[in-house]
Design a binder for this molecule. Structure first.
Ligand SMILES: NC(=O)c1ccc[n+]([C@@H]2O[C@H](COP(=O)([O-])OP(=O)(O)OC[C@H]3O[C@@H](n4cnc5c(N)ncnc54)[C@H](OP(=O)(O)O)[C@@H]3O)[C@@H](O)[C@H]2O)c1
Length: 263
């Protein structure tokens, strides 16, 4: 049975991915910090026809890197192997650099970068031994371009792009695939949960996110491209995605638009 481990599965894109994979008949491991929300997502998967035995709730805080090996052992006990790890957990930012405590940058890097690296490193030896596996990371369009109010988030998402691109080159010889996912604006709680300069949650509305792509549509695009083994998966609508094309063909125009606060 195909086994998919999704972090950040308690809401948003991770939740939608979990439901898609359950519908496809995969065995799914749901990880995040809020156990009650993970149980809710499991309930939704079961309501949609998943066998409860094929949905494992495994609470995990990706900043607790010392716990990764025991979490991997638990997954192996229940599922025997891991076919696809989706490093999707993440937190965004809504504060200007000048107003942002250094601790907020450290926190963003702990969640958005070190957490993904630590879990990947814990899973990787098993995939190398099996000579198969697929590792994905949810980066962001912000992992390719620099956006106001998100200096730490952009830095973190650029960092994971670099890490996973380099990892792809290293593990290709073992038959392991690596995919980077760069969503544009997707309608989730990402803005609400974003950190502000003193480390509190933004809790406000972000009109770009509110009018962003439907999360189920986003998840179905991601799953179909992961199934095809795509290495880079850009998903979104409008300027949030078009910005990648502008950066490629006219970085100067992109920098001008970003300085004007477009997007
Ligand atoms: N929505 C967008 O427009 C957008 C665009 C580009 C990229 N992304 C990326 O997509 C991913 C999913 O975000 P989303 O939009 O679905 O937002 P979301 O609804 O806020 O989901 C974030 C998920 O990350 C989990 N998480 C946060 N901190 C964690 C930690 N320390 N350990 C484990 N899990 C943690 C949260 O669960 P708990 O709170 O239960 O731990 C939640 O399940 C993120 O990496 C985000 O950066 C989103």
């Amino acid at each position: 049975m195909y086994v998919v481990w999704i972090t950040g599965a308690s809401s948003g894109i991770g939740e939608a991915l979990a439901r898609q994979y359950c519908r496809q008949g995969a065995k799914v491991v749901l990880s995040a910090r809020r156990v009650q929300e993970l149980e809710r997502v499991k309930g939704e998967c079961v309501n949609e026809g998943a066998n409860p035995e094929n949905v494992l709730v495994l609470p995990l805080d990706v900043t607790e890197t010392e716990t990764m090996h025991s979490k991997v052992s638990t997954v192996i006990q229940h599922c025997e192997h891991i076919d696809l790890l989706i490093n999707n957990a993440g937190v965004s930012q809504r504060s200007k650099c000048i107003d942002t405590d250094l601790s907020v940058y450290e926190n963003l890097f702990a969640i958005d970068v070190m957490g993904q690296i630590a879990l990947t490193k814990a899973v990787l030896p098993l995939m190398i031994e099996r000579k198969s596996g697929h590792i994905a990371v949810t980066s962001s369009v912000a992992g390719k371009i620099g956006v106001q109010w998100r200096t730490g988030y952009c830095a973190a998402k650029h960092a994971v792009m670099g890490f996973f691109d380099a990892l792809r080159a290293e593990v290709a010889e073992f038959g392991i695939h690596v995919s980077t996912i760069t969503p544009g604006f997707i309608k989730t709680d990402v803005a609400k949960n974003a950190l502000v300069g003193d480390g509190r949650q933004f809790s406000g509305q972000d009109s770009n996110i509110e009018s962003g792509m439907d999360v189920d549509k986003c998840a179905s695009i991601i799953v179909s491209r992961l199934n095809k083994g795509k290495k880079e998966i850009a998903v979104g609508e409008g300027l949030s995605l078009f910005a990648l094309t502008i950066k490629r063909f006219s970085p100067t125009l992109l920098f001008f638009l970003m300085a004007k606060g477009v997007g």
